[in-house]
Structure formats: C-alpha cells, structure tokens
Design a binder for this molecule. Structure first.
Ligand SMILES: NC(=O)c1ccc[n+]([C@@H]2O[C@H](COP(=O)([O-])OP(=O)(O)OC[C@H]3O[C@@H](n4cnc5c(N)ncnc54)[C@H](O)[C@@H]3O)[C@@H](O)[C@H]2O)c1
Length: 448
C-alpha cells in the first residue's frame, strides 16, 4: 500500500482501517453486467456485500439463484444465493448500513446523442437520502469528465455533510470484457481518482484489497477521461479497419489476411477487426459523452465523429453486399430467404444492446427479404431502445440451412457448428471471418 497523500481526520482514519482489514460493508448499486462481476470480486476479497437494484426481478433471481447473465455462469448465481454475506435488496434504506457505496448504473445516450445521466443522478439522489458520516461513494459508470465533481458532489453536499471530511467521493471506471475467459474483474487493473487526496486514499484502500492492481491518478476527471480514451481508441481503430475493409474489398483483397499479415509485426501494431457495425453498451455510446462535453467547452471531436460516421454506415454496407451476393445467384433480395446467424453484439454473450444486427434485420425486411435468425444465446428478439423485431431463434440444422437463399453471419458464437453451415448452405455472407474455421465448404462464401 502506497503512503497516504491526504491528512485524515478520525472519520477518515476509521473508514480507512475498516477497508484495510475488510470489516467494512460494501454496497453495489446496479446489479447488471458490471455490478455483478464487481460483487464477485468484493466477495472474493472477503467483504460483506449489499447488492441494491431497482429491478425487483433481478433481486428475486439473485435470491432464488437464477441466472440472468449467461456468461457469468449458473454457478455464480447459485453461489450468491447460498452466500449469507451477500444481501440483495430493493430497499434503499439498506444502503445506510454500508461503509462504501459503488455505483454501476447505465449511462446511455438521449435521443439527440446527448449524455443521459438520469440513472447516475437518480442513484446519487437515493444515496443522499441515507448518506451519513464515514461513507465512501464511488461512481464506476462510464461518463464524461466532471460528472463526479459537478453532478454528483452538489447532490451529496446538499445533505450538509462535507466531502473529504464527513463523506468521501471518487471515480473508478469499470473495465469489464464480457465473455472473455480469464479476465475477471479482480484481474483487471483499476484506475482510482478521488475528489481530493483523502477521498483517493480511502478509495485506494478499498480497491487495493479487491483487484490485483490499482493505478492512482490525481483527480476524478483524469480517471473519467482515461476511461473515455480507452473506448474512443477502440471506436476509432474499429472504424479505421472497417473503412479498410470496404477499400480492400473493392480491390479484391481479403482484409482478414491483411490483418493477419500485419499482426506479425512485433511492435507498433495492434490488430482490430472489421464487423457489421458497433454494438454493446460502451463503444457506440461512450465516445459521444466526450463529444457533448467538448462542445460545451467550445471545442470539437472530429476523430470521434468520423469514426461514428464510418461505423454506423456498416449495417448498410453489409446489406448492400448481401444484395449483390444474391444478385450473383440471380436472386432478388425481395422474397429471398435469409437466415441471420448470431444477433448478439459480440460472440459468446447474450447481450443484444445496440447490436447492429437489429438495424440489418430491419433493412433486410424493408427490402422484402424473408428473414429468420439463429442465436444459441438469444431465444427471442427482445424489445430494444430503437428497434422492435418480432422474431424468435430457429433451430440450426441441415434442413433449415438448405431452405435459405443466404446465411448472413453477424456474430461468430463458438457454440455454432460452422462446418454444418459450410456443408448445407448455398450462399454465406460472412462479416466475422467465421467460415475460415471450416474446410471444404460447399457453400459459396462472400466476406463482408
Ligand atoms: N457492460 C459492459 O461491458 C461495461 C463495461 C465497462 C463499463 N460499463 C459501464 O458500466 C455502467 C453499467 O453498465 P451495465 O452494462 O452494467 O448496465 P446494466 O443495464 O447491465 O446494469 C445496470 C443496472 O442498474 C440498475 N439501475 C438503474 N438505475 C438504478 C438506480 N437508480 N438504483 C439502483 N439500480 C439502478 C438497472 O436496473 C440495472 O440492473 C455503464 O456506465 C456502462 O457504460 C459497462
């Protein structure tokens, strides 16, 4: 543990001691894709944990040991249900008993691509109702620089308690990688930046006991900006490789082979892969938090805007490629039977938020295609923010595949038998290079 940077009063010293010896009780607000892995890391570190969510069905599922996030595994949920030091609750007054409250609520975009901080503000207002001397509050949701200081602190200060003396406030972004084995929350280094030195010292005491590595920064704003930099880096590089895909396709060059070749360079290159468009709760959304904040600061974010433009054009590009591949088979897209393979935004997970598959399915339907889908992890298309698709996953077998004019691969789940597709489909449009895993395909494969 690094030396303390701030001068602590008794309230701070007591909380610091409780965090260091793991007797502190920790509350996690928001039990979704980010909150639950954090609960696991906190429990593994030995802390008693309260899990608070407004969604009663999640609390019921946690009490009953029923899974609602596939990639966490059934054992995770049954383990939590049998854990008497984990308390799931919908009752916010339980937060009063916590020594530290960690907020993991959604940060989506509004209808005009402006940050929607209503969940962050709502949960901070809830915490303010129970805030007492000696509590640490940490925001983990992704957001623009200044949120912790300018949006949350005034709400908590209005209780009359003083930040850095009575209560402590920090930002520590979550870096989940859903569905990737070996990357548990505890194994991923964590950034910690507080409102003042004492708040940072106290937040560091918590996370040092929970994750393998912590990195202290000088302010909440630095930690908020670093998280955005990480996601903007991905959005921009994915856009670059998506643009390259379109350019190389036009020249008859396989972008996947080009990326594999460039990846042999042992320095100065990191591989990013093209796809049907951006999906998930982070990469399509978070960069625009900075764009909005930049505008407020009288500047602009041209890289982010351009990357957004290229990435949001990808669903149209995929549909055009599908249409032209069908044309080569002397088939119109109008009336063609198209099986979409994989609708989740990413392989091996059951998360469909912002998935480009929804826009692609809608574009295909608009053009008169007869669309069905198979996704081993998504039985029914859920209602989405911008889309309403009335389809359920069909069985994937030789008969289904033979009845299609085209199979369009949008997500390369490992649970799909691609050799079956190669053996029985006529035409495969592949946006993920999934068919490279097969041998001797009877199907004509078009990369897109
Ligand atoms: N999903 C990821 O892979 C990922 C990775 C890194 C960071 N993030 C960020 O983490 C944050 C949370 O994302 P997520 O994917 O876990 O979202 P999620 O939708 O899976 O979970 C959020 C939970 O918060 C609950 N909630 C909403 N308002 C609440 C309130 N006022 N009080 C209590 N509970 C409330 C919801 O019911 C939901 O269960 C976002 O800012 C996101 O950008 C997500």
């Amino acid at each position: 543990m690094a030396p303390l940077a701030g001068i602590m009063n008794k309230t701070a010293t007591d909380l610091h001691t409780r965090l260091m010896n793991r007797t502190a009780r920790i509350a996690v607000v928001g039990l979704g894709y980010v909150g639950l892995p954090l609960v696991r890391a906190l429990r593994s570190a030995g802390f008693p944990v309260i899990g608070f969510d407004l969604d009663q069905s999640k609390i019921d599922a946690l009490r009953g040991g029923r899974s609602y996030i596939l990639h966490l595994g059934a054992d995770f949920f049954s383990g939590l249900a049998g854990d008497d030091r984990f308390t799931p609750t919908c009752d916010y007054t339980d937060l009063a008993t916590a020594d530290a409250i960690l907020i993991c609520v959604p940060t989506p975009l509004g209808p005009h691509r402006e940050p929607d901080l209503s969940y962050v503000i709502g949960s901070t207002q809830t915490i303010a109702k129970v805030l007492r001397k000696g509590q640490l509050v940490v925001l983990e949701s992704t957001t623009y620089p200044g949120t912790t200081r300018d949006e949350m602190k005034p709400i908590l200060d209005a209780t009359g308690l003083v930040c850095g003396e009575d209560y402590f406030l920090a930002y520590s972004p979550e870096r989940e990688d859903p569905g990737s084995a070996g990357r548990s929350a505890a194994a991923i280094p964590k950034l910690v930046g507080g409102i003042g030195d004492v708040s940072t010292d106290i937040a560091m005491a918590l996370y040092t006991g929970v994750v393998a590595q912590t990195h202290r920064v000088s302010s909440a704003e630095v930690a908020e900006s670093a998280k955005l930099l990480e996601n903007i880096y991905r959005a921009v590089n994915i856009a670059m490789v998506n643009e390259l895909k379109v350019v190389l396709d036009a020249m008859g060059i396989d972008v996947w082979e080009v990326i594999a070749a460039a990846s042999t360079k042992p320095f100065g290159f990191q591989a990013f892969y093209p796809g049907p468009g951006l999906g998930g709760h982070c990469i399509p959304i978070d960069p625009f938090y900075l764009t909005w904040k930049a505008r407020a600061a009288g500047t602009n974010t041209r890289f982010i805007e351009l990357a957004g433009e290229i990435n949001t054009a990808m669903p149209h590009y995929v549909v055009e490629r599908t249409q032209s591949a069908l044309n080569d088979d002397k088939r119109s897209i109008n009336g063609a039977h198209i099986l979409v393979l994989g609708v989740a935004y990413k392989k091996n997970i059951d998360d469909i938020r912002e998935s480009p598959s929804a826009e692609i399915v809608e574009l295909l339907l608009e053009r008169g295609a007869v669309v069905s889908y198979h996704d081993p992890h998504i039985a029914v298309y859920p209602q989405m923010r911008k889309h309403s698709i009335n389809l359920a996953s069909v069985t994937l077998n030789a008969e289904t595949l033979r009845s299609q004019n085209c199979v369009l691969i949008l997500t390369d789940h490992d649970a799909v038998d691609y050799q079956l597709v190669a053996d029985h489909a006529r035409l495969v449009v592949d946006t993920r290079n999934a068919m490279s895993r097969t041998t001797a395909a009877k199907a004509r494969v078009v990369k897109s």
